[in-house]
Each structure stands twice: as structure tokens, then as C-alpha cells.
Design a protein around this ligand. Structure first.
Ligand SMILES: [Zn+2]
Length: 344
């Protein structure tokens, strides 16, 4: 996907990304610190956590994956601007994923901070009573999707994965689309951006022409959009609408939750929309050739590192992303679906 038209503003971050090291803590503008927080055992390597601060308050956006090392990274960065972790007043997560909201519970315990999420962000994957029953249910779904018997356990959520989601903090506050939030010296405009998750939000800082974009738009990779249990029934359609919507203010600096900062959000959203369209065409071609299941469509799709290299989580994401595409074609009236889809 072309990224050359983007102006990279996180120059040190991009260099660090290429060098496969952790980028530095950076003052993005007065009152806004970017803090890389380790995301262990994941190719993303880190989450870019942000600290908004003034003389009175410190609000953390996307505290990242829950780990001792990550907590240390945040504590050290705050310490350098004379803020103690116990002084954090609020925590906002752009979405309900463990590499964003994970450390919120720990930071809230240490500080008494409030935790905020988008108003449409609900527990979906983690909305279960019995974790073992949930694993079996998910494996049954993988069977319907045509996943061969020997790979069903790999494709389905694991007990550990589900518990990681289950243990995420519940919010004290909900942020609504269009809401203005004045906090820690910043005026933030909330915009709903469903797609990557049902209740993902972006935070626009109009005074400083900057947007905290979470995982909605990243400079290099295409954020995952998956059909998930109890999630949106048509997440790809919502994502397309959200990408069209975010294309305002192309000159704003984008502060994403992974990779590096850049300018050119409209161009980037456009490239992502084109990528979705060509992927959709590819899925339709494969369906037209008679592929009988989500698994078979996924297997025949082109994957940058090859289908055979996709294991565990990547395998699951490939399947649920393919399912989101099939669902989109069905709800567009273009295809009648495969077993398990349309999904209601
Ligand atoms: Zn993320």
C-alpha cells in the first residue's frame, strides 16, 4: 500500500520501527507526551500511549498492555515531567483491546483515576459466564466456517485469550460521538469510529490540529476489521463509513496508537479504502469460483507473508477478517453467503 504521500512527523519513531527498537518518549507538543509501552510477543512491539497534562491534571490515553515493564515505562516518562503515577486523574482507551485498555485497571488502582471508553464500546468477546463453554462455542463456529478439525482449537479463542479480555477494566465514563471533553489542559472532540471495534473512538485536538487516532488509521499497516462474536454484525461497512468520515482535516497531525506519527489522514484513509475495495473484489472472485466456506475463501486469498505462515492469532484474524468481507458482500446484496454467514 502506498505510504509515500504521507508526511512522516514521527521521524524518530519511524527510524526506531525500522531498527526494531523501542522509539523514544517524545513531547509531541507542550502538554502532550508520547510514551511507547511494550506489547510483548506481538509484531506491533509497542503501543503508543499518550499523556495529556497541565499543572493540575494528567490524563492517559491508551495505557497499553498490562505488564510491570509497561508500568515502569509510563512511570519513568511521567517522573521526568514531575508527575507521579498516583497523580493520574483519568484514563481514556480508544477501544476495548488489551493492548490499549490492558493497563488501565492497574493505573486506576494506583491513582484512583476514572476510566473512559466510547459509548458504543461494550464487552463483546468477553461477555460470557463460563470460559470453557465459550471456547467450545467458538470452536463450533470455526467448524461452521469450514476450519479443518485439527486447526479448530488454534482458530478459536483460547481460555487465556478470553480471560485477558474478561479482566479488562469496565469504564466509569462513556464518551459520546461529538462530545467535547475538556481535560488536562486540552479540549478534545470525540468522534465515533467503529470498525476495528464497535465502539472505537478518535480524539480530535482542534486547538493543536492533531488527532489521537487509536488503531483506526495507522501509517503502514491496515488495521484488522473482524467479524466477532456479539460484535458488529457488519463491521466492514462501519469501518468504510468511519474511514470516509475521518478524512476531514488532512493537514492535522495523526498520533496513532502504533507505528509512528504522520500527516495526511485523508490520503491514508483513501489508501485504506482502496485496499478494502481490492480485497473485496478478490473475495468475490474466490466466492464466484465456488469456494464453499470462510476457511476456503481465506485459504485462497493472497496474504503478504503467505497463508501457511499464519498461525494462532494471525490465523484467527485472517478468518474473521475474511468473514467480515463475506458478510459485507452479503449485506450489499452481491452474494448469498456461505455457512455461518450472513451472521445475524
Ligand atoms: Zn492496538
Amino acid at each position: 500500500m502506498p505510504t509515500s504521500h504521507l508526511e512522516i512527523t514521527g521521524v524518530k519513531q519511524k527510524q526506531a520501527w525500522q531498527d526494531k527498537v523501542l522509539p523514544p518518549v517524545e513531547l509531541v507538543r507542550p502538554g502532550l507526551l508520547s510514551i511507547p509501552v511494550i506489547f510483548p510477543d506481538n509484531p506491533m512491539r509497542y503501543t503508543l500511549c499518550y499523556a495529556l497534562f497541565d499543572n493540575q491534571d494528567c490524563v492517559i490515553v491508551d495505557p497499553g498492555f498490562d505488564s510491570n515493564e509497561g508500568q515502569q515505562q509510563i512511570a519513568q516518562a511521567l517522573h521526568n515531567i514531575n508527575i507521579d503515577i498516583s497523580e493520574i486523574s483519568g484514563i481514556i482507551a480508544t477501544h476495548f483491546h488489551h493492548d490499549h485498555l490492558g493497563m488501565a485497571a492497574r493505573l486506576a488502582r494506583a491513582s484512583g483515576a476514572w476510566i473512559a471508553l466510547g459509548e458504543d464500546e461494550r464487552r463483546y468477546i468477553s461477555d460470557f459466564e463460563d470460559v470453557h463453554a465459550e471456547v467450545l462455542k467458538d470452536q463450533a463456529r470455526m467448524k461452521v466456517w469450514g476450519v479443518p478439525h485439527e486447526r479448530r482449537a488454534e482458530a478459536a479463542m483460547s481460555v487465556d485469550g478470553l480471560m485477558l479480555m474478561k479482566n479488562l477494566a469496565d469504564p466509569d465514563l462513556r464518551l459520546a460521538d461529538g462530545q467535547q471533553l475538556e481535560t488536562a489542559g486540552s479540549q478534545l472532540r470525540i468522534s465515533a469510529s467503529p470498525g476495528h471495534t464497535p465502539g472505537h473512538i478518535c480524539l480530535w485536538d482542534d486547538d493543536h490540529e492533531l488527532v489521537l487516532a487509536g488503531d483506526h488509521v495507522l501509517p503502514r499497516i491496515s488495521p484488522n476489521v473482524s467479524l466477532e462474536i456479539r460484535g458488529d454484525t457488519d463491521p466492514l461497512r462501519k469501518n468504510i463509513a468511519s474511514l470516509k468520515r475521518i478524512a476531514e482535516n488532512n493537514h492535522y497531525e495523526v498520533a496513532p496508537a502504533h507505528e509512528y506519527r504522520f500527516r495526511g489522514i485523508a490520503d491514508r484513509a483513501d489508501a485504506l479504502l482502496q485496499h478494502i475495495q481490492s480485497r473485496s473484489d478478490e473475495v468475490l472472485d474466490i466466492l464466484a469460483q465456488g469456494a464453499p466456506s470462510v476457511h476456503e475463501v481465506a485459504r485462497r486469498l493472497s496474504w503478504s507473508r503467505g497463508w501457511d505462515s499464519l498461525g494462532k492469532l494471525q490465523f484467527r484474524l485472517a478468518l474473521s477478517e475474511t468473514a467480515a468481507h463475506v458478510q459485507y458482500l452479503v449485506t450489499s446484496g452481491i452474494h448469498e453467503g456461505v455457512p455461518g454467514l450472513p451472521h445475524a
